[in-house]
Design a protein around this ligand. Structure first.
Ligand code: ZN
Length: 101
């Protein structure tokens, strides 16, 4: 069970992470840093570069971290939108697919 001070710290980390964008220097694919689970990375690094695998071009790269609250927010909305699209497709394919049992 986390102590109150720990969860406060965690909350602060999450709040600051929400403002960061991670960007692939190879294909320029950008994503909110928080969704990539890397929100602790820059605490120990001042370079604002992090070794990460890009989900778009699938290359290991020194991704660029940028503090950009507005962009991070709109990227998050885009991701949720994309997730909902996928759910929708899944629903449709399931309803038209033959049933095994
Ligand atoms: Zn990429």
């Amino acid at each position: 069970m986390p102590s109150p001070s720990n969860s406060k710290l965690q909350q602060a980390a999450v709040e600051s992470a929400e403002q960061w964008v991670i960007e692939c220097p190879k294909c320029y694919h950008a994503a909110p840093a928080l969704e990539r689970g890397i929100f602790r990375a820059w605490a120990s690094s001042k370079s604002k570069r992090i070794l990460a695998r890009c989900t778009n071009c699938n290359k290991l790269t020194l991704a660029k971290l940028t503090k950009d609250p507005v962009r991070a927010y709109s990227l998050r909305i885009d991701e949720y939108d994309h997730m909902l699209d996928q759910l929708d497709e899944l629903d449709q394919s399931e309803s038209s697919a033959p049933s095994i049992n």
